[in-house]
Design a protein around this ligand. Structure first.
Ligand SMILES: NC(=O)c1ccc[n+]([C@@H]2O[C@H](COP(=O)([O-])OP(=O)(O)OC[C@H]3O[C@@H](n4cnc5c(N)ncnc54)[C@H](O)[C@@H]3O)[C@@H](O)[C@H]2O)c1
Ligand SMILES: O=C(O)[C@H]1O[C@H](OP(=O)(O)OP(=O)(O)OC[C@H]2O[C@@H](n3ccc(=O)[nH]c3=O)[C@H](O)[C@@H]2O)[C@H](O)[C@@H](O)[C@@H]1O
Length: 390
């Protein structure tokens, strides 16, 4: 671990204690890795699960892990645990990652989605505000909803104009579908928490940073159905397509796979979060888009690229029919809707933190699919060869 580390203004960085809620998830596990390996900070890791950070908590051989005294796991559900306030008080800063954040849940479990993303976040904001603690809250790029451009006629030349689709923290509107399109329950809950945090900052002086991730992907994201998650579960697209590739099934393109996304490598994105943690003067009172505008593809193009990359890393040939079309109603059920296009404007994060993503989509898929193959291929083979109980 480096000593003599300095912030972006050349000041020495003092070791701090971080209360990380949702530390056992995809982003939390990578952030814990980074903090343990590269900084002197302490982490109070809060989650209901710890499988994805077990390697940081328990030594695999004999001897102690070098960071053993800098990470503590607290298994608790923030919905109903009185220990939460004490942990926030013990820390210098709280990072809240806890959420239900898989689109398959937004329209099928809208109450759980709203409670998780709105109600459960309220005490965290309150305790930080009342105790004068800094808060980094994880929101989402979904708060932008749809682009203005998607309401223009299909052949309008304005659709090519970035003013109609690039998403800016301080200028773009939040455009959701009607209430019966329950897909937007998540985005709407996240938006209201953003407004609450902003108001706590304005009226009560809460020191906050809001993060809007744009499709961060990489190893340990979600689960592979039937292996380390429920067989009927529907994770986010990276895990859905990985599962299809591992099982040699066609990748399912929802409504033709025409929606567009920009994907950023988790390791690039975590660099941005560390800059926020260690540069409070530059990060406080800011809302940051964190994404990679250079990695834009349609979902169909993503499927084609993942098929090619998987074939390269696994040595297996591609299927004759690599993709099939499926309607959103069939795949997600009633009430699904979609963001058409998500290009993050990078002006603010660039100006405040000098951060830029580095990894191309091909490279990030190559390292991620190498991990998926190494982690799951054998387990899938075994699961497939098991006779089905009659
Ligand atoms: N991955 C992305 O690209 C992305 C994009 C946009 C927004 N986000 C936001 O970032 C945050 C983290 O996302 P992620 O991809 O790591 O998701 P994740 O599901 O892997 O991690 C969330 C973690 O929070 C925990 N958690 C949920 N409810 C809890 C509760 N009541 N008490 C204690 N722990 C609880 C879960 O067990 C899980 O480990 C979420 O708020 C999500 O909305 C992520
Ligand atoms: O990651 C983000 O930045 C945010 O967006 C995600 O939403 P979305 O990008 O729609 O979720 P994915 O499940 O990754 O789906 C991406 C696209 O692929 C499509 N898809 C998904 C799965 C599949 O098997 N096939 C398929 O075509 C979806 O319909 C959607 O158009 C989730 O809402 C959140 O995790 C997060 O807030």
């Amino acid at each position: 671990m480096a000593s003599g580390r300095v912030d972006l203004d050349g000041n020495p960085i003092k070791p701090i204690t971080i209360c990380m809620i949702g530390a056992g998830g995809f982003i939390g596990s990578h952030l814990c890795d980074k903090l343990m390996n590269e900084t002197p900070h302490k982490v109070l890791a809060v989650d209901v699960y710890n499988d994805k950070i077990k390697h940081l908590l328990e030594p695999s051989g004999s001897g102690e892990l070098p960071w053993a005294d800098r990470i503590q796991f607290h298994r608790l559900n923030i919905k109903n645990d009185s220990r939460l306030e004490g942990l926030i008080k013990m820390a210098d800063i709280t990072i809240n990652l806890a959420a239900i954040c898989t689109p398959a849940d937004y329209n099928t479990r809208p109450l759980d989605t709203i409670y998780s993303n709105f109600i459960d976040a309220l005490p965290v904001v309150k305790y930080c505000s009342e105790n004068g603690k800094r808060l980094i809250h994880f929101s989402t790029c979904e708060v932008y909803g749809k682009t203005i451009g998607c309401f223009l006629p299909k052949d309008s030349p304005l659709r090519q104009d970035p003013a109609y689709y690039v998403l800016k923290e301080d200028a773009s509107p939040c455009i959701f579908g009607s209430i019966e399109k329950q897909r937007w329950s998540y985005a709407c809950a996240k938006q209201l928490v953003e407004r609450l945090i902003y108001a706590e900052g304005a009226e009560n002086g809460l020191e906050f940073t809001i993060v809007r991730p744009f499709n961060w992907i990489g190893p340990r994201m979600d689960f592979i159905p039937g292996i380390d998650g429920p067989s009927e579960g529907v994770p986010r697209v990276l895990a859905c397509f990985s599962n299809n590739l591992l099982r040699r099934e066609p990748l399912k393109l929802v409504d033709g796979g025409q929606s567009q996304r920009t994907f950023v490598y988790i390791k690039d994105a975590i660099e941005a979060v560390l800059l926020m943690i260690e540069n409070p003067a530059r990060a406080n009172s800011q809302i940051f888009n964190v994404g990679n505008p250079n990695n834009e593809v349609t979902v169909r193009q993503l499927a084609e690229m993942m098929t090619q990359v998987y074939s390269k890393v696994s040595g297996e040939s591609s299927l004759e029919t690599p993709t099939i079309d499926v309607s959103s109603k069939e795949f997600y059920g009633e009430g699904y809707d979609d963001s058409d296009k998500r290009i993050p404007d990078m002006t603010i994060i660039n100006r405040q933190l000098g951060w830029n993503p580095k990894t191309s989509l091909w490279d990030l898929l190559e390292s991620t699919l190498t991990y998926q193959h190494r982690t799951y291929a054998e387990a899938i083979k075994k699961a497939i060869s098991k006779p089905v109980a009659s």
